[in-house]
Design a protein around this ligand. Structure first.
Ligand SMILES: Nc1ncnc2c1ncn2[C@@H]1O[C@H](COP(=O)(O)OP(=O)(O)OP(=O)(O)O)[C@@H](O)[C@H]1O
Length: 335
């Protein structure tokens, strides 16, 4: 059975539901309907995806290795045809609307191969020249703007082989940003980067998003998605098991209060009186959903009623616990 995320979202955010879109198609940069890919041999890599990526979001496409992220991205970009279902990118059906949509889409799926002995700028010039839709007369301006955007303006003349890992990846992203983009699609952009490089790419993604570009970024790293994304879609063995605003994801799982006391019956009475839901008592411990009640009020009422409180705590499920619950698998927490 598909797990369902329930509960109230944070103000202004809808709680994510199990794999179901939480945004209207007309407000989305990417929409897929029943998107499915079955490889020869029968393996279903992507299974009935109903993806909705809100315009202006930084959407983290999260899932363990092999869960179908790259296959999905390849279908979204028209690099691979689906077995069934379909998708729209910037309002264009793919792959029929490729020519209309792609100039507005920057993508980094498999990193471009750069020449080590050429400068960053010369590499981008070659890359730009390979795009039949790019006007060669404006190549210099395009390359200069892309280098500035990724913070490589000062290192433009340096040879690629002298670039750090972070600079190399920023150059690859510059390749995806040659021209104004409405959507940037990045497949595991921090894979193989050191912490410094990871920070650089993360900052760059936030900067690009701040200019209004929608960013769709896949990752198997939970902390990464948590740190830079506004929305998340969680993949597990080809299925989208949850999607929605990241704030709603947390809000869907209420914190629980835990009271240690020898007076469990009285503690249960007080928590019930406060209107806390899901009150459970066992072995000198009472737990309940905190809801909107302030924890300090719970302590005050317990003490006022003469309940001896030996221990007290509020437990909030971490995002990792939520995802493990959804996918049945652990995530790399910090790479
Ligand atoms: N061309 C192919 N032919 C057959 N099976 C494939 C092909 N491409 C991918 N797969 C399989 O489909 C599944 C999903 O792979 P995919 O690369 O989309 O996952 P992923 O989430 O991007 O993982 P990773 O982060 O490791 O790339 C995997 O089991 C993979 O082995």
């Amino acid at each position: 059975m598909t797990p369902t995320m329930t509960g109230e979202g944070a103000p202004g955010t809808a709680p994510p539901r199990a794999g179901l879109p939480t945004a209207a198609p007309e407000d989305c940069s990417i929409v897929s309907t029943g998107l499915t890919k079955r490889f020869r041999g029968g393996q279903v890599a992507v299974d009935d995806l109903h993806l909705a990526v809100p315009r202006g979001s930084v959407f983290g496409f999260l899932g363990p290795n092999g869960s179908g992220k790259t296959t999905t991205i390849r279908m979204l970009l028209g690099l691979m045809s689906p077995t069934s279902g379909g998708c729209e990118v910037l309002g264009q059906p793919m792959p029929a609307g490729l020519a209309t949509a792609l100039p507005k889409v920057g993508a980094l799926v498999e990193g471009p191969a750069f020449y080590p002995y050429l400068s960053g700028e010369a590499n981008l010039r070659r890359y730009d020249a390979a795009d039949p839709m790019a006007d060669p007369r404006t190549a210099g301006a395009r390359v200069g703007a892309a280098l500035d955007k990724v913070g490589l303006g000062a290192a433009a003349k340096k040879r690629y082989r002298a670039y750090s890992l972070g600079m190399r990846q920023r150059l690859a992203i510059a390749g995806a940003l040659l021209g104004p983009r409405e959507l940037l699609v990045l497949d595991e952009p921090t894979n193989g980067l050191d912490p410094q490089g990871t920070r650089e790419v993360r900052t760059l993604i936030k900067d690009v998003a701040a200019e209004g570009t929608t960013v769709f970024v896949s990752s198997h790293l939970l902390t990464e998605v948590e740190q830079m994304c506004t929305h998340v879609g969680v993949m597990s063995t080809g299925r989208l098991v949850a999607q929605g605003p990241i704030a709603g994801l947390r809000a869907g799982h209420a914190p629980r209060v835990r009271v240690e006391s020898p007076h469990t019956a009285q503690a249960v009475f007080v928590l019930d009186r406060l209107g806390l839901a899901g009150v459970r008592a066992e072995d000198g411990e009472v737990t309940a959903e905190l809801g909107d009640v302030e924890p300090e009020r719970v302590v005050a009422e317990l003490v006022a009623d003469g309940v001896a409180v030996r221990g007290f705590g509020v437990q909030r499920p971490s995002l990792e616990e939520l995802f493990v619950g959804l996918t049945g698998e652990g995530f790399d927490v910090d790479g």
